[in-house]
Write a protein that binds this ligand. Structure first.
Ligand SMILES: Cc1cc2nc3c(=O)[nH]c(=O)nc-3n(C[C@H](O)[C@H](O)[C@H](O)COP(=O)(O)OP(=O)(O)OC[C@H]3O[C@@H](n4cnc5c(N)ncnc54)[C@H](O)[C@@H]3O)c2cc1C
Length: 386
């Protein structure tokens, strides 16, 4: 009988791991287990009343380097329709209505050939290089990527279980895993974990306590994402967006000018889209105080920021507010030691467990897809077809 690999978590990392496993010449049986009813994790795109696309998580993927090129080729393989983005200008612009240190960041082109991993080559990569793409998205929003991956996985015979939170992992006598779900369980020869490190730490058996300790120390911070759309409004500057130093505002992390990067997603009639990211010490203090974090509070804070920093004083025609709890892993001082001690434990105890996902070696979508690919490589012992 062939091997069974259970992949925990249906975010982009778990989907990428399952994709690469399923494309091996002799693929194992793959079961992908996701706790929520939808796949994609933080990648989520919502359509507004005028057809505009609002990204609640990532909004653009960089084509830079070997990892960027691989993601681009993956999206082409899945027949997705991209929107490409070219460079605007190479200079930052000081914002007219803010204090001294807030600058709009231009849509800079990234050097496509950077990095040490061999760069995949194709006509598409050469086109991206020639046209100096800085980032790209998909016509219907980035969530089309996980959706297309799910369709592909199902066609390759991968079992996708949604609405099934993994409640525990235990080791059987023969060295196989028992993966406990709410009302049932799965047996696995190998587990790829693509859920947050702190969540995995709670699921591990007592024998893996040192590993659980290392993983529980990898924390994450929350971000409130407020998508705003304004009819008939214009930005005072062009660019990708701007970051706000905490000395100027402890709560506003920055504002992304979504319409500048991807005007194709402005809907009809088109309206100016911006996203205000709230977080920092302001949000941490609020979370620690235990007070109710209302949608109105975040909306008001975001509208104030858009008004004072970009002159958008009118009422938005559309507004979405989402508090993403523990969404951005923090690679704090000593992160690499935590990874090293986790790796050493896995090797020393020959645990059939591989770690993937944003908790470890990069939070960008490209990094997460690569972590899934690497996990598949280590399980298969060979490079899968890309
Ligand atoms: C607001 C925001 C903006 C971002 N912007 C960008 C951007 O513009 N460009 C970019 O490249 N990156 C961006 N990122 C980063 C990137 O989107 C994330 O790092 C990446 O999507 C994480 O993917 P993941 O699969 O590792 O984790 P997740 O997306 O967290 O997926 C993990 C999955 O595991 C599931 N899960 C959890 N516990 C269990 C359990 N017990 N059992 C089963 N399933 C479980 C979860 O439901 C989830 O679906 C952004 C992130 C955020 C939050």
């Amino acid at each position: 009988m062939g091997r069974t690999v259970v992949v925990l978590g249906g975010g982009i990392s778990g989907l990428a791991a399952s994709y690469h496993l399923s494309r091996a010449p002799c693929p194992p049986k793959v079961v992908l287990v996701e706790s929520s009813e939808r796949l994609g994790g933080w990648i989520r795109s919502v359509r507004g009343p005028n057809g505009a696309i609002f990204e609640l998580g990532p909004r653009g993927i960089r084509p830079a380097g070997a990892l960027g090129a691989r993601t681009l080729l993956l999206s082409r393989f899945l027949s997705l329709a991209w929107i490409q983005k070219c460079c605007l200008s190479g200079e930052t612009t000081q914002l007219p209505r803010t204090g001294s240190s807030t600058w709009a960041v231009p849509c800079m082109p990234y050097p496509l050939a950077s990095g040490r991993t061999p760069q995949p080559d194709s006509a598409l990569i050469r086109q991206a290089l020639a046209e100096r793409w800085s980032q790209w998205s998909l016509r219907g929003g980035l969530e089309m990527l996980p959706q297309a991956l799910e369709t592909h996985l199902t066609s390759r015979g991968v079992s996708v279980l949604r609405g099934q939170p993994v409640c525990g992992l235990s080791l059987q006598a023969e060295g196989r895993w028992k993966v406990s779900l709410r009302d049932s369980s799965l047996e696995a020869d190998h587990v790829i974990s693509a859920i947050p490190a702190s969540v995995l730490s709670e699921l591990l058996p007592a024998e893996a306590a040192p590993l659980a300790r290392a993983l529980s120390a990898i924390t994450a911070v929350s971000v409130a994402v407020v998508n705003l759309q304004y009819q008939g409004a214009h930005l005072p500057v062009q660019g990708f967006g701007h970051l706000v130093p905490s000395s100027e505002d402890p709560g506003v992390l920055g504002i992304v000018y979504d319409s500048v990067a991807f005007p194709e997603q402005d809907g009809s009639p088109p309206g100016l889209r911006v996203t205000v990211m709230l977080g920092g010490s302001w949000l941490q203090t609020l979370e620690a105080s235990g007070c109710v974090l209302s949608q109105e509070l975040f909306q008001q804070r975001a509208q104030e920021a858009a008004a004072t920093q970009l002159g958008l004083k009118e009422m938005p025609s559309h507004c979405l507010v989402h508090l993403h709890k523990n969404c951005i892993p923090q690679y704090t001082l000593g992160h690499w030691q935590k990874l090293e001690s986790a790796r050493q434990f896995l090797t020393a105890h020959r645990l059939p467990l591989t770690l993937a996902g944003a908790s470890y070696e990069g939070v960008a979508v490209n990094d997460c897809i690569e972590s899934g690919r690497q996990a598949a490589v280590s399980v298969l012992g060979t490079e899968p077809n890309s």
